[in-house]
Design a protein around this ligand. Sequence first.
Ligand code: ATP
Ligand code: MG
Length: 192
Amino acid sequence: MTEHANKPLEIDRLVPKTPCGLTVVITGNGKGKTSSALGMTVRACGHGLRTCIIQFMKGDLYAGEWDGIKQLQGVELITTGKGFCGLLGNSYPFKEHRANAQDAIQLVKEKIASGRFEILIMDEINNALHLKLVDLEQVLEILQSKPPLMHLILTGRDAHPQVIELADTVSEVREIKHAFRKDIEPQPGIDY
Ligand code: ATP
Ligand code: MG
């Protein structure tokens, strides 16, 4: 258990009078979208809420969250795909990326239907939609048919206007600077 210097004797938990499952979109070209979703996962854990994270287009390169979340209770993370479609150095054909993303969509539906999670994160799904690995209708159907109390979090650049329209909370992370522009390679813990 973590000790907090200013921990009050009694922690008042603010419980919403009317619980409401939100759709949250984190998009934009700056760094912080996936990290934001992982931050909400940690926060949710403190409330005993269970989170499922489905990562689209991410099976190829190790990221710390794959093992990091094992230290949290009630979090399941599934990576799907073979890395970023169309990115230099990624040699997998579009067809394969699309088939993987379609499997991920199926997985999302199964996890929602299971009733085992209060929060479901679709990491990089905005990119997957932008790249046509999944169809707009598929994403809209998920958003429109979600259980009323379930929270959905969608991350990735180039969020579709209709997804933004349906969402309750939308943030755009804008790049002011990024270390990679100074040719600094990605750093563990910060970038992956
Ligand atoms: P993070 O996972 O750090 O929250 P993100 O989800 O906002 O980042 P993505 O677009 O998913 O950003 O990028 C994934 C990784 O690539 C991150 O580690 C990020 O730091 C790094 N990155 C972001 N922008 C660029 C860029 N323009 N060129 C190279 N790497 C980048
Ligand atoms: Mg990301």
